[in-house]
Design a protein around this ligand. Structure first.
Ligand SMILES: Cc1ncc(COP(=O)(O)O)c(C=O)c1O
Length: 424
């Protein structure tokens, strides 16, 4: 039994009453279009990137039409307003993540850059040959490759904690692998390829009991659940704006102040310095020490607008609605002949990852696209996970709170079409 899924359809429908999805859809202009010769767009590729509400688009337009200027350096009014908007966005991210201080929030390009920053600025000067970085079998390449690069640079070793056949992290094995040589545990809060939610608070407690810091990859968590980095207790937390209804090219890395203070910058340039001579340069204070060069100011403003938009709707209605929709989607997709849903019994959000007997996932994606249904097919940047589960690829429908039961029906109709094409 999956504790995250409603037990009955009645219970599911009751839970979803509080979110007015028709009204919500009006906020997302892109969803109104038809594709593939007049089919209504059913956008079920939200784990790759989510769509943007008018509030985000307007905030970016407003920034460029009324406020645009560089930050931190100017004395004039526009620069002051741009600085306030940028630093205000940082405060919004801090609030969203439940961090204690604005200086613990670094703007980065996204999750990938956040993980690389920790690998290069925290781990590289600290990790010694023979020490270990522990990841899990369900990681996105963004939480594997930066550590492989680090291991190449330092002589450290990448160690991988196993998952079960059901797509759940094996906590006992993880605990055993958290050893004397482990320098950092880096893992996904939510798996992008399966939707599995990891019990991160418990995992952080396990690691901290052995004095091992933890980096969480929150790319797939921030769009679907409230996150509180202090309640979780993690040391670092990275996420991407574009998966959380914000713009591309912006995200944030949370780092506990004690870590960030102890770290040297990872990039040099304007804004990250306090003073420069040819002989010696001193660093700026947090968080600017880690933000070399002109940042994505409009992106930060757009990200804050996205986080405000989510907060305005409220996590209660969003989580209830998404839980219902996921239960419906899982049951409906699994009922199609030949379909196998991966990690079906795992605690999950948003994602239905599946295979169809004898059909390549790319063919599934191509055929449902003819019905206007956008899903993703492939390895989802998690090739080691695919290897572990014994599949080359999966088809993945990933949901957001603007998706509807009708869109799930369109997907299912497409899957029946796949069967017609491949099994006649
Ligand atoms: C779990 C997870 N981690 C990291 C990433 C990388 O995010 P980005 O490409 O926005 O840096 C993704 C993107 O799909 C993801 O799903």
């Amino acid at each position: 039994m999956n504790p995250f899924l409603p037990t009955t359809v009645a219970e599911a429908e009751q839970q979803s009453q509080r979110l007015d999805v028709r009204a919500i859809r009006e906020d997302f202009p892109i969803l109104r279009q038809t594709v593939r010769g007049g089919k209504p767009l059913a956008y079920l590729d939200n784990a790759a990137t989510s769509q943007k509400p008018r509030a985000v688009i307007d905030a970016i337009t407003r920034f460029y039409t009324q406020t645009n200027s560089n930050v931190h350096r100017g004395l004039h009014e526009l620069s002051e307003r741009a600085t306030n908007a940028y630093e205000g966005a940082r405060a919004t991210v801090r609030q969203t993540l439940g961090a204690a201080e604005d200086r613990e929030i670094l703007f980065v390009r996204g999750t990938t850059e956040g993980v690389n920053l920790v690998a290069q600025a925290w781990a590289r000067p600290r990790v010694k040959p023979g020490e270990e970085i522990l990841v899990t079998e369900m990681e996105h390449h963004s939480d594997i490759v930066p550590w492989q690069i680090l291991c190449g640079q330092t002589g450290a070793k990448l160690v991988v904690a196993p998952i079960t056949d059901g797509g759940v992290l094996d906590l006992e094995a993880l605990d055993r692998l958290l050893g004397k040589k482990t320098r950092l545990l880096a893992l996904a809060h939510v798996s992008n390829a399966l939707g599995t939610i990891n019990p991160v608070k418990r995992i952080v407690e396990m690691a901290h009991a052995k004095k091992i810091p933890v980096l969480l990859d929150g790319a797939q968590a921030v769009p679907h659940m409230p996150v509180d980095v202090r309640a979780i207790g993690c040391d670092f937390y990275a996420f991407s704006g574009h998966k959380a209804y914000g713009p591309t090219g912006i995200g944030a890395l949370y780092g506990r102040a004690e870590h960030l203070e102890a770290m040297d910058p990872w990039q040099g340039g304007g804004d990250m310095i306090s003073s420069v001579t040819f002989e010696k340069t001193t660093w700026n204070k947090l968080p600017w020490k880690f933000e070399a060069g002109t940042p994505d100011i409009a992106g930060a403003v757009g990200l804050a607008a996205a986080l405000d938009y989510i907060a305005h709707i409220g996590w209660g209605p969003i989580e209830d609605y998404e839980r219902t929709l996921l239960a419906q989607a899982t049951d409906a997709v699994a009922a199609v002949p030949g379909v196998r849903v991966l990690a079906r019994e795992a605690p999950r959000v948003s994602v239905v990852s599946f295979t169809m007997e004898g059909v390549h996932p790319h063919d599934i994606g191509t055929i449902v696209d003819l019905n206007g249904v956008a899903i993703r097919a492939g390895h989802h940047c998690a090739q080691p996970l695919m290897d572990r589960l014994g599949v080359h690829a999966t088809a993945r429908a990933s949901l957001a709170f603007y998706n509807t039961r009708e869109e799930i029906d369109a997907l299912v109709a497409g899957l029946h079409h796949v069967n017609e094409v491949f099994r006649q």
